[in-house]
Design a binder for this molecule. Structure first.
Ligand code: FAD
Length: 568
């Protein structure tokens, strides 16, 4: 290599830092690129750590995506392991580096400095928090220590604090290893990026796999027990015992270095950057979990600790350093999690967020099969689509199902990324063969249902809104045997095939809320009724959505009690 014309120094060598370093080399053969990492590994797959604990990934080395040797040989990048950058002097453009093994410090010059220090797990200052056997999971050594603890203590019970992505993935993996698991979650639901009704089946599934799920409970403290376990006390007055505890209650951006250098932080305490990842100092860039990002739906600045944005930001910072005008377009929060065979995928804003920020929205629910029903093993996907009631712009989507949920969310995420509307989903040309989907893919279906709402062809009403409209006739258009098996309290049954014959029995003055199992037959019924002059609306998602929203359903055995039950 020619003598370096520029010295690019990167702090942190995992997702964001490593992608920045590699991209920088692809843009310049003459720059000197140095990457400092205080740990012993670079470019490791922290996303794989729960599966390493669960023995799905048996070898630690499988988590190493790239080694310092590869960085050197392939990219001529100088990786300095176990060296921590402890100070930055922006005026002289120098950093202070501490060599972990000796404690010695020295200064280094930079022309451009990229901060990719990631985030640290939140460790709340609770009584007993320092007890051995309480773990967080962020690094390969963290994963190794958990595995060693399980083996050394013949662990049989684990308590997981936090029901987010990492908490759930750890629950699955510890159950896989034969442990009994409790999850303590302070909210009323696990997986906060989703709306509660979408998560109801996840709660059922966790419990079906023996997970002791404790919602609405804060951890109050930890205490050792006489038999060598940890007693976890909660705000509800309960105590849960475990051989180990996993803390998975979120992360905080690593900003000590940025703060000491006088860089501007945002309201969420992440490093503030512009669209090119430049910080408040013109020669310092920041990327990954340490920075705040703009939510492209709400316009709010937020934290989104995910690998995809971290990698993209790394590339963009390198582009900017070498004069390319790439920009980071903000985040949608596209994410996926697998738990006991169920896939949960999300993109964009959820309903809770839209309500909080006051963005007008409409929503539809649907439960299409992952592929055509005539091909074996079709499985439903629960889909919720949120969109602008004025122009149909997609605001967010959630999908939960055994197969194909993430593919549908990826398609919707891409449409959102391009500013798409529900009409774009309706028109999308997607893969189809019987084992993969349907000629009207669930994504098309979501677009069609939403477009029918916007166009006024089949307006929807939601289960939660019915109580405010007691004048509405509640019409179940399923077959009589389905109705007898279980129906919503107060509903009358006119099966769809006979609806035209019974129109005279319906009061024209009263609006009608129509439902079926998933919303399909109710759509046809809504169209018939509207074409005959009735004010009819389809109850979005049908009785499958009602079940998840705890709407009172009377079953065959309970028919006598029907009059005593109320619609919640
Ligand atoms: C268990 C787990 C599972 C996950 N699963 C997923 C998933 O399935 N999908 C997904 O999208 N995301 C997932 N993530 C999140 C994803 O891993 C992170 O968003 C991503 O790693 C962020 O990359 P980063 O480079 O910003 O930070 P990090 O990966 O944290 O890397 C930062 C590095 O900087 C080093 N460092 C910090 N300060 C200094 C310093 N002063 N000097 C030198 N080195 C320093 C640290 O040692 C660290 O190695 C998961 C995370 C965890 C922990």
């Amino acid at each position: 290599m020619a003598s370096p014309d520029r010295r690019v120094v990167i702090v942190g060598g995992v997702a964001a830092g490593a992608s920045c370093a590699a991209r920088a080399r692809r843009l310049s053969e003459s720059a000197e690129i140095v990457m400092y990492e205080r740990g012993r590994y670079v470019s490791f797959a922290n996303c794989g750590l729960p599966y390493y604990v669960g023995d799905v990934i048996p070898e630690e080395t499988d988590l190493l995506v790239a080694t310092p040797e590869l960085f050197h040989d392939r990219f001529q990048i100088d990786v300095r392991l176990e060296q921590e950058v402890v100070a930055i002097d922006p005026t002289t453009r120098t950093i202070t580096v501490r060599v972990q093994q000796t404690g010695a410090t020295h200064q280094e010059h930079y022309d451009d400095l990229v901060l990719a220090p990631g985030a640290a797990p939140i460790i709340p200052p609770l009584p007993g928090i320092d007890l051995p056997g309480i773990f967080t999971l962020r690094t390969i050594p963290d994963g190794r220590h958990i595995r060693q603890w399980i083996t050394a203590h013949h662990a049989q019970r684990a308590v997981i604090v936090g029901g987010g992505f990492i908490g759930l993935e750890m629950a699955e993996n510890l159950v896989r290893r034969g442990l009994e698991v409790s999850i303590i979650e302070c909210l009323a639901q696990v997986m906060p990026p989703f709306d509660p009704e979408m998560i109801a089946p996840v709660h059922d599934l966790l419990r079906a796999h023996g997970v002791d799920l404790r919602l609405n409970a804060f951890v109050a403290g930890f205490a050792p027990t006489a038999d060598g376990k940890i007693a976890v006390s909660t705000s509800t007055g309960d105590t849960v015992h475990g051989d180990l505890v996993i803390l998975a209650i979120g992360i905080r951006p690593e900003t000590a270095l940025a703060q000491s250098a006088g860089l501007v932080l945002g309201a969420r305490k992440g490093i503030k950057v512009d669209a090119h990842q430049r910080t408040s100092d013109p020669h310092i860039w920041a990327v990954g979990d340490a920075v705040e990002v703009e939510d492209s739906v709400t316009g709010e600045w937020t934290l989104l600790p995910l690998a995809g944005p971290a990698n993209r930001q790394g590339r963009i910072a390198a582009d900017a350093i070498f004069g390319r005008a790439s920009t980071f377009r903000g985040v949608q929060g596209t994410a996926v999690c697998g738990i006991f065979g169920l896939t949960l995928a999300v993109t964009g804003a959820n309903e809770k967020t839209l309500q909080r920020v006051g963005l007008p929205y409409e929503k539809v629910y649907l439960h299409p099969d992952n592929h055509v029903g005539y091909y074996p093993d079709a499985r439903p996907i629960d889909i919720k689509l949120l969109f602008s009631p004025t122009d149909g712009r997609i605001l967010g989507a959630q999908a939960v199902g055994e197969d194909g949920a993430e593919r549908r969310i990826d398609v919707i995420a891409m449409a959102m990324h391009l500013g798409g509307t529900v009409y774009d989903l309706e028109d999308a040309e997607l893969c189809y063969a019987p084992q993969y989907g349907a000629a009207k893919d669930p994504v098309n279906m979501a677009g069609m249902v939403a477009a029918n709402v916007l166009d006024g062809d089949a307006p929807v009403i939601h289960w939660g809104d019915l109580a405010a409209h007691p004048e509405r006739v509640l019409l179940d258009v399923r077959d009589p045997d389905e109705f007898a098996e279980g129906h919503v309290v107060g509903a009358i049954n006119i099966p769809l095939p006979t609806l035209r014959e019974h129109l005279d029995e319906l009061e024209r003055a009263r609006p009608i809320a129509v439902y079926c199992r998933v919303g399909h037959r109710a759509y046809y019924a809504t169209r018939i009724l509207r074409l005959h002059g009735f004010d009819a609306r389809n109850i979005s998602g049908g009785i499958m959505t009602a079940a998840a929203q705890q709407i009172a359903i009377v079953t065959a055995g309970e028919l006598d009690a029907q009059s005593e039950r109320v619609l919640s």
